[in-house]
Design a protein around this ligand. Structure first.
Ligand code: F6R
Length: 610
């Protein structure tokens, strides 16, 4: 996700910021910028692309002793110079860098426009610069202006503000996006993660949510947003940079699996209308009528994104009562598909650069139907070439095997289902409210699964030498079985097949013997009884059964050697939970087999060839 560095002290601020931003490059970003205080004025330099490009632009900016720097991973507005951070107010005297999402930015912007503020960018962050300006004009105190501005803000932030009016302080605040303060000799720093400041100091204070810090060259004062002082001792960091980058996890994949409570929350953030039991997505607002009145959806995707699309088919057909076809993007293009008036094509892609998906959507456009995107990377080619769409806001995915993008895609497909079904009146407001309420509970339920990995590790240990695996599920969890099998293949190089559980008897059952582990997803849902019979079929042939289940009942306990329990949720949301133990199982299998988890052989993160 975006990176933040701030510096005040005796050193060349420009050099410290650039070096810090380079340390944050691993997080993924699309543009970079700095604001430096020079000759009592704020100088802002920013550019799309790499920090090295920014470095070349800095020229004679090396006299500053205070500054802020940012690497942006676009969320609101495409990656370009104007949208890059830092952002400034109307006077150019206040500069801000920000990680997170301001949910009510649109309402705040309207208000600020009516007060005469002028905006340069499409970002939510610029709203903060003007809001702080507004309060500064009344209080003439930067800390107070930031605090008052944040009272009006819904959403998440890790932010740092500087002002030429108060040239000796940086003001930082946190809610939801991490910030760490580095304590040096005649200097202090702030960053979104410690890797950016560790060259200068290992003594740090981690900010907590709803805190504000005033940082000068020689002092740091910490308060909560209600203006009460907060005391916190500094910590001494002992771990190395590589450990910090992975957030203390052994691999990026494990870090990303563990980010899912937050990434799913981010996919829902600002998009749920609790009282109405409906969703609200800015990217679809202009095309809402077309979406709700569509006669058919055709969803195009590859790999893991294709599995998400299949889940979408189950959900949308059941609730929105709209026919959905799911196509491998690579096949769609070459089979001269029939598209009709009233069709809407959706392209799902994490990277937004997958060539097969891009080529397929271009084919659909040639045939004259609207094409909408469900994409993670803002400003990517697929995002640009679709007529409208929804960003999943999962943040950069570095591990080659897709994990958090999948659950965020499922979250967004559920949002689309909620919108379409409610608008088409195929779902009542009461049903909608029930789904929304359960969506709010999902992050906590994901966390419960992540807090209990010991059993999954033990299962991985037991089965790490197996040569084949079968993954079986039904209904909305059939695509999850496919995804579980794909994860295992990709990173542990064990052959695995996913099947609809009832299809097993039509062929794959011939494979079952004591050497064939079968992973079932058997949740207490509309297919529960049926899937118990499928488990029995495997047991009768001496297959090893591993089951992902809700709290297991006696019947299931008699049938399976290994039961991994996950919390109950609504059936349409259950894939967001049931996939997590499968991601973890493949991860631990790969680790135990000594595989390169983050960069499995023969695979690339973004497949830009046919
Ligand atoms: C699996 C995986 C791939 C991608 C596929 C599509 O872990 O990462 O199967 O899902 O290449 O990529 P995107 O979603 O970027 O279009």
């Amino acid at each position: 996700m975006c990176g933040i560095v701030g510096y005040i002290g005796d050193k060349d601020a420009c050099e410290v910021l650039v070096e810090g931003l380079k340390r944050l490059e691993y997080r993924g970003y699309d543009s970079a910028g700095v604001a430096l205080l020079m000759d009592s004025r704020i100088k802002v330099l920013k550019t799309p692309g790499k920090v090295s490009k920014l470095e070349k632009m800095l020229g004679d900016s090396h006299s500053a002793k205070i500054g802020i720097g940012h690497t942006r991973w676009a969320t609101h507005g495409e990656p370009n110079t104007v949208n890059a951070h830092p952002h400034t107010d109307c006077t150019g005297n206040i500069a801000i860098i920000h990680n997170g999402i301001i949910e009510n930015y649109s309402a705040l912007k309207t208000k600020l426009l009516s007060l005469g503020h002028t905006f340069k960018s499409q970002t939510d962050t610029e709203v903060l610069a003007h809001l702080i300006e507004e309060f500064y004009s009344r209080t003439k105190n930067l800390e107070m202006a930031v605090r008052l501005a944040l009272k009006d803000v819904d959403g998440t932030f890790g932010l740092v503000v500087m002002s030429s009016n108060e040239p000796d302080i940086l003001v930082a605040a946190r809610r939801g996006s991490p910030l760490v303060i580095g304590l040096g000799e005649s200097e202090n720093l702030i960053a979104s993660d410690a890797s950016a400041l560790i060259r200068h100091t290992r003594n740090v204070i981690y900010m907590h949510d709803n805190e504000i810090a005033v940082i000068t060259r020689d002092n740091v004062s910490l308060k909560n947003l209600d203006d009460e002082a907060v005391e916190r001792d500094a910590e001494h960091l002992t771990f190395d940079i590589e450990q910090i980058e992975k957030g203390g996890f052994a691999h990026f994949m494990l870090k990303e699996i563990n980010e899912q409570p937050e990434t799913v929350l981010n996919a829902f953030r600002g998009r749920l209308m609790d009282d109405e039991g409906i969703s609200n997505m800015g990217g679809l607002r202009d095309v809402e009528d077309k979406v709700t009145n569509a006669r058919r959806f055709v969803i195009l995707a590859c790999g893991t994104s294709w599995h998400a699309a299949l889940v979408g088919k189950y959900i949308l057909e059941q609730y929105a009562k709209i026919p959905v076809e799911v196509d491998y993007a690579s096949e769609f293009r070459y089979r001269n598909p029939v598209l009709m008036d009233g069709d809407i094509v959706w392209a799902i892609s994490q990277s937004g650069e997958t060539l097969d998906t891009l080529a397929a959507l271009r084919e659909a456009r040639v045939k004259g139907v609207p094409v909408y995107g469900i994409v993670n990377v803002v400003g990517s080619t697929i995002a640009r070439e679709t007529d409208a769409g929804v960003y999943i806001h999962a943040g950069p995915e570095i591990g080659v095997a897709s994990t958090k993008a999948f659950t965020s895609q499922l979250a967004v497909l559920n949002l689309i289902n909620l919108l379409v079904a409610r608008k088409r009146k195929t779902m009542t407001a009461e049903q909608g409210r029930e789904i929304v309420a359960e969506m709010h509970r999902l992050p906590e339920k994901i966390q419960q699964i992540l807090d209990n990995t010991v059993q999954i590790e033990a299962i991985a240990e037991e089965f790490k030498e197996s040569r084949n695996f079968l993954y079986l599920g039904r209904g909305v969890n059939f695509p999850v079985a496919l995804e579980g099998a794909l994860k295992l293949k990709e990173i542990s190089y064990i052959h695995a097949e996913g099947y609809p559980a009832a299809e097993m008897k039509h062929g794959p059952i011939a494979l079952i013997d004591e050497n064939m582990p079968a992973v079932f997803i058997a949740l207490r849902d509309s297919t529960y009884d049926k899937i118990l019979s499928n488990i029995q079929e495997v047991r009768a042939r001496k297959g090893n059964v591993i089951v992902i289940a809700n709290e297991a009942d006696g019947r299931l306990r008699d049938l399976a050697e290994h039961i991994i329990e996950i919390p109950e949720t609504l059936e349409i949301l259950s894939p967001i939970l049931s996939v997590i133990p499968l991601q973890l199982l493949s991860y631990y299998m790969a680790v135990k087999r000594g595989c390169n988890v983050d960069q499995p052989r023969n695979l690339a993160k973004s497949v830009t060839v046919e």
